[in-house]
Design a protein. Structure first.
Length: 403
C-alpha cells in the first residue's frame, strides 16, 4: 500500500451494513457510509477501506472535500498504489484500445475512461499526436506528475494538454488548471480524421477535451441515413453531425448553435472537407428560441438531431432538466415531416435511459401522431462501461420515427 511515504496507512471504517456496494465492486465510498477515519489522510492519499467488523475491502484515494470521500484504486488490499501501479493501469487501458477496430477509421480516441479503466477521475483523449488529459479527482491530483510521465512514455505523443478545468474539480477542493504540461506547446489546434472526414480540434478552448469522441459511431450512423433528407442539426457545436449528414448525401443541412466560436470552427471543418458548402447553413442562435421560430414559420425537416449539452450533471437537477428535455424534443417532433426521423440524445448522468425514454414518449404524445423508437444509441467502443459502475454509461440516445 502507499499513502504518505513513511507513514501509517490511514483507514476508512465503514458503518455497519454499508459495505454492500463495495462488495459488488462499486468504486465509490460516500461520506455517509463512513463511521470514522483512523489516521490523518491528506487529499489524494491512499487509504485502506474496512468494514465495521474490520474486514479489508480495498484501497482508495481519499478526498476530504467531496461527498465521494474515497475512490477505489483496487479491491486487492495487499496491493501497492504507486507510479508503477498507475502505469500498469494506463498500459492496460491502451492495450484495450489497440484491440479495437477503431484505429482503422480514426486517429482520435479516448484512451482512458475514468473508473471504467480502473483510474477514477482520469480522462485522456488522443487527437492525432496530442493528448488531452483531465485529472478530476484528488487521487489523480496526488499522482499528477507520475500519470503525465507515463502517458508521454507509453503513447509517444508530441504534447499533453491538461484540461482540468471542469466544475467537478471544485467538489474535490481542487483549483482549475488548463495548459500544456508536456511537449510541444504550439499544438493546440490539430486535425483529426474520422471515417474519411477531417475535423480540426481546439484542445485549449473547445468543450470538454475539444471534441465529442463518444458520438463517433452515432455520427457515422447519421451519415448512413441522411441521403436525400433535409436535416436540422441542433446544438451543432463544431459541426460533427452536420458535416456527417452532408457527407451522407443530405439534400440540405441547417445547423444551429448558440456559440459563435463553435460555429466558426464548424465552418473551418466544413472547408476542410470536399463537400458542397452551399448545402450547409450554420446559424448562431438560441436553439430553443430558434426552433419555436421555425415551428411558427411552418418549417419541416426529414431528419432532426438533438445533441444538447448536459442539462442534469447530478440528480439534483433532474426535475428542471426533464422539463428542458421534454420541451426541446416536443419542438423537434413538431418540426418533423411525416416519415421523418429524430435522433435525440442525453449526456446527463442524472437522466437514466428509462427516464429519458419516458421524457421523449411524453413529448411525442403531446406532439400528436404516431412515433416509435427504431434504434438506440450509446457511446463508441473506446468509452467502455465497467459492469459494476453503471454511472459510466452516461450517453444515451434514441432514433424516433414519426408517422
Amino acid at each position: 500500500m502507499s499513502a504518505r511515504k513513511g507513514s501509517q496507512v490511514p483507514v476508512l471504517v465503514l458503518k455497519a451494513g454499508r459495505e454492500k456496494s463495495l462488495k459488488r465492486r462499486h468504486p465509490w465510498v460516500f461520506s455517509g457510509a463512513i463511521e470514522k477515519v483512523v489516521g490523518e489522510p491528506q487529499s489524494g492519499d491512499t487509504v485502506l477501506v474496512r468494514t465495521a467488523e474490520g474486514t479489508p475491502l480495498g484501497l482508495a484515494a481519499y478526498s476530504a472535500s467531496s461527498q465521494i470521500r474515497g475512490r477505489v484504486w483496487t479491491f486487492d488490499s495487499t496491493a501497492t498504489v504507486d507510479a508503477q501501479f498507475l502505469r500498469g493501469r494506463i498500459k492496460a487501458a491502451l492495450t484495450l484500445r489497440e484491440q479495437l477496430p477503431l484505429g482503422r477509421h480514426t486517429n482520435a480516441m479516448r484512451l482512458v475512461h475514468g473508473e471504467s479503466d480502473g483510474l477514477p477521475g482520469l480522462i485522456v483523449d488522443r487527437y492525432a499526436d496530442v493528448l488531452v488529459a483531465q485529472l478530476l479527482s484528488a487521487g489523480m491530483e496526488r499522482w499528477r506528475d507520475e500519470i503525465l510521465d507515463a502517458l508521454v512514455d507509453l503513447t509517444r505523443c508530441e504534447a499533453v494538454f491538461e484540461r482540468s478545468d471542469a466544475e467537478v474539480r471544485t467538489l474535490e477542493g481542487l483549483p482549475e488548471r488548463a495548459g500544456f504540461v508536456r511537449g510541444n506547446s504550439d499544438a493546440s489546434r490539430c486535425a483529426i480524421s474520422e471515417h474519411g472526414l477531417v475535423f480540426r480540434v481546439d484542445v485549449a478552448a473547445g468543450q470538454k477535451t475539444g471534441f465529442f469522441l463518444d458520438q463517433r459511431a452515432n455520427r457515422q450512423r447519421i451519415r448512413e441515413i441522411s441521403a436525400g433528407r433535409d436535416v436540422l442539426d441542433c446544438f451543432c457545436y463544431t459541426g460533427g453531425f452536420a458535416i456527417a449528414s452532408l457527407a451522407g448525401g443530405a439534400r440540405e443541412v441547417s445547423a444551429i448553435d448558440s456559440s459563435g466560436t463553435a460555429i466558426a470552427v464548424a465552418r473551418e471543418n466544413l472547408a476542410a472537407n470536399a463537400l458542397d458548402p452551399a448545402r450547409l447553413l450554420f446559424k448562431e442562435a438560441d436553439v430553443f428560441l430558434h426552433l419555436r421560430e421555425l415551428r411558427n414559420c411552418g418549417e419541416k425537416f426529414d431528419l432532426i438531431i438533438l445533441d444538447p449539452p448536459k442539462f442534469a450533471p447530478t440528480a439534483a437537477q433532474v426535475e428542471n432538466a426533464s422539463r428542458a428535455y421534454k420541451d426541446i424534443n416536443l419542438l423537434a417532433l413538431k418540426l418533423l415531416a411525416p416519415g421523418g426521423l429524430l435522433a435525440t440524445f442525453s449526456c446527463s448522468g442524472g437522466i437514466s435511459p428509462d427516464l429519458f425514454q419516458k421524457i421523449v414518449a411524453g413529448a411525442a404524445l403531446d406532439a400528436g401522431g404516431e412515433a416509435k423508437i427504431i434504434e438506440r444509441f450509446g457511446p463508441d467502443a473506446d468509452h467502455p462501461v465497467a459492469l459494476e459502475f453503471p454511472e459510466g454509461d452516461y450517453l444515451k440516445g434514441l432514433l424516433v420515427y414519426r408517422g
